[in-house]
Design a protein around this ligand. Sequence first.
Ligand code: GLP
Length: 244
Amino acid sequence: VIFSDSNEASIKVAEEIAALIRKKQAADKQCVLGLATGSSPLRVYEELVRMHKEEGLSFSNVVTFNLDEYLPMEKENRQSYWYFMHENLFDHIDIPKENINIPDGTVEGDAVIDYCLSYEEEIKKHGGLDFQLLGIGRTGHVGFNEPGSHYNSGTRVITLDYITRVDAGPAFFGIDNVPRKAITMGIATVRNAKRIVLLAWGQNKAEIIQETIEGEISSAVPATYLQEHKNCTFVLDTGAGNLL
Ligand code: GLP
């Protein structure tokens, strides 16, 4: 779906998420959301916070699983995805703290292998993701599933692509400060979500969006795997949809 502006598009996506939360609430069920960081979902989070404050939208039945986190990364670090999520969403809504799941960037050594398996297990224990929000990186990554990521991959440690580290450089005051690794949900973790919405704004995403939607399905552009999902919508603005 191509919107004339990202603001209007973000409000529509926030409305869909709010409707799902309310539907689950009415059925006395938890709503399991997969969440993303980056600039793309910011306006969606802002709108959800507004709905909480002005319309009484409650997140008391919401459980969240974030896609990824840098490794190593301390929670309190301003560049952490933990910090990002609290600053832009969690600190402003009534979600119970124990319902928030973000990959832990402080796990050391081989313990990270078991940690990733337990993250995956926890998602399964909750019955899987009801809704997964995604952005897209210029390498075609979703979460941090860089080119080469396997269709059946689960939550694991990944080595970041050079382009991804270049793009993250300004936030870290230089590429040398960008971690080389990250923990990310896998392609299979994302594919198993019942509903997926991928957001992309602006002309600099136009090329990767064209490859993702019109290109051949391939691990070279991991986001192309989404073509096979039965309930996935790409929500774009005219810039990002420019080459379609
Ligand atoms: C990072 C995140 C991705 C995100 C991407 C794009 O690499 N790990 O999940 O989609 O950035 O970010 P932006 O939305 O700022 O373009």
